[in-house]
Design a protein around this ligand. Structure first.
Ligand code: CP3
Length: 356
């Protein structure tokens, strides 16, 4: 596959960190870095529906670049959402301001699996590929571009609950009441994810992150059976398909949010991801002990710590780098930046990371 004549990359520190190579300064990016805490995002968002921005490559590209123009970040992440997959599988997804995603016709029981369609990823999600290719060019090689997806269990949660949930009880009930059909659903989603990620790499994504935002709800036993299993498949099949297409593989980041240290240890041994993202509840030193020296860790300052004074934010960022160490480390928050996070704190966070 051709490299589509993308501009030469000038800052490869995140790729180096992902591969375990030394860096001068620790690379940093922020989950949800393109979003509502930026006035320029709110201004554009006032004029366009959320999914229209995702589906219009020029708009998705513009929003992706907003945080890159403002801050010395070391990576960009394509503007989109994890829920474009359930949408492509035939479910209606609305983004309601102040509420979040709503799926008005969720999967109530396994008979509803017949409502799902197998999408043609190149056609139905081709707009994400187009946004990635345009953004790769528009970045002019400044920093690498990350592509992403939700993990199967996280997407299954939205498809069954019909939106966010503080318990995911209906989705968890499926795991116990309908184990076979749960695996059937997770496998359908996994197959779409694999083709979707391959398409993103072909379009120009230089790293891939898989968000398991609903990892919180799985104990170690459920985590192994319903999360880890599919993470492994995604990694193996993406690498296999890229090899067949003669497209170079890219580093893969797994973010099993809410996974406990036991789950993280098993994940590090078995999943085969170059990078594991940690949420803010995980102690950096303990995590490093559990995963060993050959995996890059990403994270994990509490997003609410950005509401301390900028001086404290800077100190905390510096301390975080000292705890994780400068090798095999990518700095980030432990979850997405909140919609009203103070911009001077975001600046102090990045400065603190780069100053060590
Ligand atoms: O800058 C970036 O990180 C890229 C864009 C991005 C968005 N969503 C844009 C967005 C990414 C990577 C996501 C991932 C995503 N989406 C996740 C995984 C990360 C996580 O937070 O755990 C999840 C669970 C979703 C689903 C989702 N989308 C929710 C729960 C919400 C509502 C909550 C919220 O933050 O508003 C969204 C909406 C959403 N996705 C917004 C943005 C900028 C705000 C919507 C708006 O503008 O109305």
């Amino acid at each position: 596959m051709s490299e589509q004549n993308f501009p030469r990359l000038q800052n490869d520190s995140i790729l180096r960190a992902a591969r375990g190579e030394p860096v001068d300064t620790v690379p940093v990016w922020i989950m949800r870095q393109a979003g509502r805490y930026l006035p320029e995002f709110r201004e554009l968002r006032a004029k366009h529906d959320f999914f229209s921005i995702c589906q219009t490559p020029t708009l998705a590209c513009e929003v992706t670049l907003q945080p890159i123009k403002r801050f010395p970040l070391d990576a960009s992440i394509i503007f989109s959402d994890i829920l474009v997959i359930p949408q492509a599988m035939g479910l209606v997804v609305e983004m309601k301001p102040g509420i979040g995603p709503v799926l008005p016709e969720p999967l109530i029981d396994p008979s509803h699996l017949s409502k799902l369609r197998i999408p043609d990823v190149e056609k139905d999600l081709g707009y994400v590929g187009a946004a990635i290719t345009l953004t790769r060019h528009s970045l002019q090689g400044k920093v690498p571009l990350i592509g992403f997806t939700g993990a199967p269990w996280t997407l299954m949660g939205y498809m069954i609950q019909g939106g966010g949930s503080s318990t995911m009880a209906q989705a968890r009930i499926w795991l116990y009441k309908y184990p076979e059909e749960s695996h059937k659903l997770l496998q359908m989603i996994t197959d779409v994810i694999v083709d979707y990620l391959v398409m993103q790499v072909k379009a120009g994504a230089q790293l891939l992150q898989v968000f398991e935002s609903h990892g919180d709800f799985l104990n170690t036993e459920l985590f192994k059976e319903y999360s880890l299993k599919y993470f492994k498949q995604i990694r193996d099949k993406v690498k296999e398909k890229l090899e067949i297409l003669n497209v170079p593989a890219v580093p893969m980041i797994a973010f099993p949010k809410g996974a406990n240290l036991d789950s993280i240890e098993i994940f590090a041994k078995e999943a085969g991801y170059e990078v594991i993202g940690l949420d803010w509840t995980i102690d950096p030193i303990e995590a490093r002990k559990r995963v060993g020296p050959n995996i890059t860790l990403q994270g994990n300052m509490d997003p609410t710590a950005l509401y301390a004074t900028t001086e404290k934010v800077r100190q905390r960022a510096e301390n975080m780098v000292r705890e994780f160490g400068k090798g095999r480390y990518i700095a980030n928050l432990g979850h997405g930046v909140l919609p009203d996070a103070p911009i001077p704190s975001v600046e102090a966070f990045i400065e603190g990371i780069h100053s060590v």
